[in-house]
Design a protein around this ligand. Structure first.
Ligand code: NBP
Length: 479
């Protein structure tokens, strides 16, 4: 046995990860794929990697030094289970199986539970950054046992992206914590993309700018507080011209956005955890709305006139950048709230500032901005929301007037802004001293005797709505 690490599954992600591993000092990489032709292709195209290739899973396992460590990069679901089974049959206590695919964290928790009695470590690991990240340095979110991280940590650190001198990998927490945090990352990614898309729509529809001019605006924004990979690539997409028609690329793309599921998982789990993630949810729903051509056509048929677009001046783009930033802060605050709630429910000790730090490089939401989040949680890990951290409180306060102008201008102009709107409503919901939830409690008590609490004394109360409408104290809970 000569290889300190192995990769199973050599489609695009596995091949790139294997090449990344092989390029790092000290690694000898074993590779295996169900269909050998793929393995052959990889080793032929990349002799420099010095791969130890096996045609059979037995030979692959035999090629690994102990503790054996193998990263699975196959199709999530059945494919992953099939490979796990093959490895569990052959591995020994202390060996490590890493699932680097996009598994649902609930599956990861189950798999870890099932495998733990064998003494083999099962480490569900979120890997973000797509094909390029896998090859050049992804952001890596491993779960699993502390013990497994002693072996695995240095290997993952060697291939991860580097941000400000630090590798973008940390032991997130036990069992499914890594895949959970990767899921939230993707939820935040959905929100960030939607917010940027709304900013584009406003600059175009209300601001009257053409895509190429908006690309220039985004390039400028990318030099300031909005600096991020997503802003950078958005400028490139907007600058692209379709070779066939000569039109802006964005105008020849069908406006129906798809999704692969992790955004939906984020929202489903946030609902289960009772965490309001409206900014993320609206981004997921916005894609769903876009993909309902029948409903869009039906309404477009009955709508006879659209509102006139509001007149704006040259300060509009600056307003939009501030609205975008404030809305983005809300989306990230909600994402971190979901991480906190998940950690509590599933018993993970998640270090929030470390999570913000490992997202600074390699992944899709990478940005300077994450340093501010890391600072906020580093200064006080117990803040109730990122919106109370001094830096963000100031930033949102500074952009607040612009944020309101943009949301109202959008509403008056008929530009859909589910992301900006949901973010502002969430912010206002937290900021007002009293919410109409009091009335909702009254309604619930009226029709369902759900009871309520009072602002002026302890206890749980019910009003005899169908009787003489006097109040009685009850044992029940008002929630
Ligand atoms: P795919 O998701 O397309 O899966 C293809 C690989 O799975 C091939 O190696 C295939 O072997 C293998 N496989 C299948 Br399918 N069923 C199998 C089985 N029953 N037993 C053994 N192997 C099986 O590959 P990918 O696009 O490289 O993605 C790999 C993982 O990474 C997935 O979980 C994916 O969700 C995730 N991913 C992550 C990112 C990211 O940015 N983090 C991006 C893209 C993908 P074969 O060659 O014999 O058919």
């Amino acid at each position: 046995a000569t290889a300190n690490i192995g990769v199973v599954g050599l489609a695009v992600m596995g091949s790139n990860l294997a090449r990344n591993l092989a390029s790092r000092e000290g690694n000898t990489v074993a590779v295996y794929n169900r269909t050998y032709a793929r393995t052959e292709e990889l080793i032929t195209e990349h002799p420099e990697a010095g791969f130890v290739a096996s045609e059979s899973i037995d030979d692959f396992v035999a090629s690994l030094t102990k503790p054996r460590t193998a990263i699975i990069m196959v199709q999530a679901g059945k494919g992953t289970d099939a490979v796990i089974e093959q490895l569990v049959e052959r591995f020994e206590p202390g060996d490590i199986i890493v699932d680097g695919g996009n598994a649902n964290f609930h599956d990861t928790i189950e798999r870890e539970k099932r495998i733990a009695p064998t003494g083999i470590h099962f480490v569900g690991t979120g890997i973000s950054g797509g094909e390029e990240g896998a090859l050049k340095g992804p952001s890596i979110m491993p779960g699993g046992s502390e013990e497994s991280y002693e072996t695995l940590g240095p290997i993952l650190e060697s291939i991860a992206a580097v941000a400000e001198g630090e590798p973008c990998v940390t032991h997130v927490g036990t069992d499914g914590a890594g895949h959970f945090v990767k899921m939230i990352h993707n939820g935040i990614e959905y929100a960030d993309m939607q917010l940027i898309a709304e900013a584009y729509d406003l600059l175009r529809t209300v601001g009257g700018l053409e895509p190429a001019a908006i690309a220039d605006v985004f390039t400028e924004w990318n030099k300031g507080y909005l600096e991020s990979y997503l802003i950078e690539i958005t400028a490139e997409v907007l600058r692209q011209v379709d070779a066939e028609t000569g039109k802006p690329f964005v105008d020849i793309v069908l406006d129906q956005a798809g999704s692969k599921g992790t955004g939906v998982w984020t929202v489903q789990n946030a609902l289960d955890l009772g965490v309001p993630v409206g900014g993320i949810a609206e981004a997921v729903f916005a894609r769903a709305v876009s993909s309902k051509p029948a409903q869009r056509e039906a309404v477009q048929k009955v709508v006879t006139s659209r509102p006139d677009v509001q007149k704006v001046d040259s300060s509009f783009a600056d307003d939009v950048s501030k609205a975008l930033y404030a809305s983005k802060v809300v989306a990230y605050a909600q994402g971190f709230d979901a991480i906190i709630a998940g950690a509590e429910k599933y018993g993970w000790n998640i270090n929030k500032d470390k999570i913000a730090k490992i997202w600074r490089g390699g992944c899709i939401i990478r940005a300077q901005f994450l340093n501010r989040i890391a600072d906020a949680y580093d200064e006080n890990p117990d803040i109730a929301t990122l919106l109370e951290a001094p830096y963000f409180a100031d930033a949102v306060a500074e952009g607040e007037a612009a944020w309101r102008r943009v949301v109202s201008t959008a509403a008056l102009s008929g530009v859909p802004i589910p992301g900006f709107g949901a973010a502002l409503s969430y912010y206002d919901s937290l900021a007002v001293p009293r919410l109409p939830a009091a009335l909702v409690q009254g309604q619930r008590d009226f029709f369902g005797a759900h009871t309520y609490k009072r602002v002026d004394k302890e206890g749980t109360f019910h009003t005899l709505w169908s009787g003489d409408r006097t109040e009685i104290e009850t044992e029940g809970s008002s929630h």
